[in-house]
Every structure is written in C-alpha cells, then in structure tokens.
Design a protein around this ligand. Sequence first.
Ligand code: SAH
Length: 484
Amino acid sequence: MSSPVASDPQASRPLFPVFADLHGRTVLVVGGGTVALRKATALREAGARVRVGAPALNAELAALAERGDIEHLPGEFAPHWLDDAWLAIAATDDDVVNRAVAEAGEARRLWVNVVDDAQASTVQIPARVDRGPLQVAISSGGAAPMLARHLRETLETQLDASLGELANLLGRERTRIRARFPQLGARRRFFDRLLRGKVPALLRKRQHLAAEREFAAQLHAEVPSSRGSVALVGAGPGDPGLLTLRALRVLNEADVILHDRLVSDEVMQLVRRDAQRIEVGKQAGNHHATQAQIHALMLDHAGAGKRVVRLKGGDPFVFGRGGEELEVLRDAGIDFEVVPGITAALACAAYAGVPLTHRDHAQSVRLVTAHCKDSDDTLDWQALAQERQTLAVYMGVAGLDRFSARLIEHGRAASTPFAIVENGSRANQRVIVGTLSDLAQRAREHDVQSPALLIVGEVAALADTLHWFGAPPLRGAPAIAAAA
Ligand code: SAH
C-alpha cells in the first residue's frame, strides 16, 4: 500500500469513497455515443435527472430523449450546460472537449468525471458489484483499473444474488429490530446470530416466505443471556494469511480487542470494524504494572458481558504469558478459549527457508528466550550448546555478544551457522546470516531491530539456497557501510 518507492503522484493520491444520492438531481453527461449511453443508463437507474449534451445522439440515446427520459442539449459543450447540475460526466472521445468540461466544472466546484482519465477527474466512478441496496464499490484510484475490474469479477461470483434480498429484508425490519433491541450491543449480537443462522440460507434457496417466518421467530426468540468471555488468540507473526480460520472468526465476533504491539497492522485490519481496540503493548522495564492492567481490562470487559479477544503476536502460549492470563480468568470464573497461532520460530524459519529439523543436521529444536537481562544465567548453556540441534531464540536485539560467547564457551563450534530473521513474514522481512563467531557484529552492521528471531544451527545455512520470500539473505557489511 504505502510504499516508500516514489510513484505516479496521481496514483498515490488517496481518494475518499462516497455513495451519492442523485435521486431527482440533475447530472450532465457530455457525449452522444455508447459510453455516454452507459453512463446515462446507470445514472437513470440511480434516479438522476439526466441531461445529455452532444451535437448528435446515437439511436438509443435519441430514443430516450424522444420519450423524455433524458433531456438533450444539442451543439458544442458550453459551460452553461452545467447550470443546476450536481455532477458531470465527460464521455466524449475528444480530449479537448473532456478537458473543457473538467475545467468548467472545477471553476464551479462541481464534481466532474472524465471517463478513463483519472488525471482530469475530480471524482471517479468505481467498479461495482450490486446486490440490491447492498453495493460494493471498488477503486484503484486510477492506478490499475484492470485490477479493480478483476476484483469485481471475483466478487460477482462470490457474493450470492440473495444478498440483495437479505439487505431488503433487514431494511424493512429495521424499525422493529431497533425496537426489540434498543441497545447497540444486544442488536449487534442479534445480527450475528441472524447472519449465521438459517435466514441467509433460506434466501439463497429462494424460500422467501420461510425466510420471513424464520426471521420473525428469531426476532422474538428468548435472548440467550450474554455472558462475557475471553478468547486468547494467537495472531501469528504478521502475515495475515497465517491466521487460523478460528482466529478470523473470533476476531469478527469480538466486542473488545486487547492487542499487543507485536500484532501487525494487516491483521488488525481484519478485526471487526466496530470492535473497541485497546493496545496493551508493554513498555520495556514496565512489564509487571502493565500485565496487571491487562488482567484488569480483561476482567472488566468480560465482566460487563463483552466478548473480549486478547490478541497476541505469534502463539499465546509461547513466551506470551498466556498461562498467567488464563489463571486470572479461571479464578474469576470467566469463560475462555485459546486459539493457537503460528509462533515466530515456525514462521520465521518457514519464511527464511530454514527447516528447523533436518535428517542430516538437527534432530531436535529448542525454543529459547533470552529476553530478560538477568535470565540468561538461569539457562542451561551446556544443553543449549549441544550439537545436532537447532536453537530458535526469541530475544531483544541486545545481548547477542554474550549469547554467542556463552554458546562457544560451552562447546558449540564458532563456525556454527546462524540466521537472524527480522520482521519475519512481513513485507519488510530481512534475513541476516553468518556464523556464531560474527553474530553480534553482523547484527550491528545491519542494525537489526525488534522483532527479530535468532536461529542457530547447521540448518541456518540452508537459507542461502532455500530462501523464497522477500530479499535473499544478507551477509557481510551492508552496501552503504562498505562504501563509507
Ligand atoms: N508469543 C510470541 C512471542 C512473544 S516474545 C510468538 O509465539 O511468536 C517476542 C519475540 O518474538 C520477539 O522479541 C521476537 O524474538 C519474536 N518475534 C515475534 N514476532 C516476530 C516476527 N514477526 N519476526 C521475528 N521475530 C518475531
């Protein structure tokens, strides 16, 4: 999306989507050919009063004018054609005319679309998927109309025609739904039950009467008492494609999301829009205070009947303090579930092309954390330094000198390969490879930042040949440093 690479300024100009109510409002279409006809027809479907300006009209447009369905302004474009118009569409095959319409519109602060010319347009007409009152509009901001069209075709096949019926039904029943569930939370839960229930399926089968009956039954059914709950959910390493289906489902049903800073923006975009989001990212050195606050937030919101998602990077049970959080919930008698996530070790290894075990190199893998300053003294260095195993080290980027020195001291060869995976599975992933003897130096040279995972063991060398995601592994000093 926002790429640091400089690109066409027009393509990167963000657009604001709106759906305009043109009912009974005048819209000027300039042009008398098939494109103008298409625009005039779509505008008429939206209830607009269409005025078509052109020296001559094609047969269909002429027929519409004859019937009085459109008004025809003959001759060459003149700015007064825009009088009373709310919107103008320039649909001629003459650039000069199209630009004249755009300029005249600009002077009057009137929105003008020039067909197939994003540059000259102040408003763009999106590709659309229509399901009755339900409309999906797609725009690429003029950057890639073919892509927008492709997406439209995909959605056409995926969005069942009955969605329009469903939208109509909900529209008709809106007042009754509001009266039955005056409170937003209860209403939201009703919609969740409804949309996952039988009504959409009946409409898909075109059983309208049965759908209406089922709707009425659900509207008046006894409401299950809303007990709050907490789902402890693993968000994976960053790539939203690595979320589980269960995680996605739970994120879509949540009322409140308590998320770590490690959870990527891409994953957060999949969260139900109207859920309350609370970032509970922990500041270094302030773990305990914040952990207590997280516990309090979970208890408060679940206690108030909300469905809370506690969303954590990777897997909630791998260096995630998930156990502590569940103990608190259990003591408070709050329902909970755990949705596993892809932990950094598995994701980083996969996305760097490092098989964690390998018949020739490693028969076991250890997940280790070296996060806290004082905790490395409690690690079993003897065991960590053993041959034929892989270490996956979750840690801050500090302390690598000590880490490699300890391993070598306890017998691991200085020539043992390592791979550091920074921002694993994300667009900005970097992989840095080398051997234990130069671990800290390489990390410094490449200015490795958190989050980063360290993999130590013979398998790390395979990143050189098996990498497939993002840039190839880096070794040695980076180009800028070398040039300096
Ligand atoms: N529960 C998480 C780990 C939390 S500890 C999990 O299962 O992955 C935080 C550490 O995880 C970071 O310091 C880093 O070492 C590692 N980590 C998490 N996400 C990462 C990512 N996308 N790339 C590299 N390392 C990551």
